[in-house]
Design a protein around this ligand. Structure first.
Ligand SMILES: C[S@@+](CC[C@H](N)C(=O)[O-])C[C@H]1O[C@@H](n2cnc3c(N)ncnc32)[C@H](O)[C@@H]1O
Length: 208
């Protein structure tokens, strides 16, 4: 499906860790995702088209967005897409590597990504933001949570499977979004508690 060994590794990893990931996520304390999902949802009109990149099993964010909006979820893991289809029958799902996805220009009012961009090789982030910009209608919304450490690439054991992580510091994330043509509406680094310790993500809500 994808030629990039780093993203292929992520897909294989999420195929393998299905139930383990659910149990691990249930242990997280202070996850701000709901507040951010509501910031996006409340700015959209009934029936607006939302593309969700790295939707995982579709819970809880895809489910929340699909109540009032037309959601298309994308995930590289066949197992996660299988779960998402069962969990959110009202949304559509594409099994694909979003770093290689081709979509029609101006075909979504919003693009969202919850905790998936810290798996994107950071050398692909600039082109990813440009492509998201092209998929949005003018004044469309983009909500992303991004890693904040200066990590070109980390490959190792995570939840019992091999996983890949990559990220830029917040000032670089911000600059790449501005360079892609976005205007930033909200931009905040939030720290919370994962089962294995503190984790920080930069949340950015931006307009095309
Ligand atoms: C930490 S999980 C988050 C899932 C869901 N958004 C959530 O918050 O529970 C990251 C998800 O992003 C997906 N993902 C990572 N890189 C991807 C890529 N290049 N293309 C498609 N999906 C990707 C993974 O397969 C995984 O399901």
């Amino acid at each position: 499906m994808t030629g990039d060994p780093r993203t292929r590794l992520v897909g294989d990893g999420y195929d393998a860790i299905g139930d383990h990931f659910v149990a691990w996520r249930d242990e997280i304390a202070g996850d701000p995702r709901r507040w951010w999902a509501e910031q996006l949802e409340s700015r959209l009109a009934d029936g607006d088209r939302v593309l969700e990149l790295g939707c995982g099993a579709g819970v809880p964010d895809t489910q929340l967005l699909a109540v009032r909006l037309r959601v298309t979820g994308v995930d590289i893991s066949a197992e996660q897409v299988r779960r998402a289809r069962a969990n959110v029958p009202d949304a559509e799902f594409i099994h694909a590597d979003f770093t290689a996805l081709e979509l029609e220009p101006a075909s979504f009012e919003a693009v969202a990504a919850f905790y998936s961009f810290n798996h994107v090789p950071r050398d692909l982030l600039a082109s990813m933001f440009s492509r998201i910009h092209s998929w949005l209608v003018p004044e469309g919304l983009s909500l992303v949570s991004l890693g904040v450490s200066d990590t070109e690439g980390w490959t190792g054991d995570w939840l019992g499977s091999t996983m890949f992580f990559s990220s830029f510091p917040p000032e670089t994330n911000r600059r790449l979004l501005l360079d892609a043509g976005f205007t930033l509406e909200l931009d905040e680094v939030v720290t919370f508690l994962e089962p294995d310790g503190e984790a920080s993500f930069q949340w950015i809500l931006a307009r095309s």
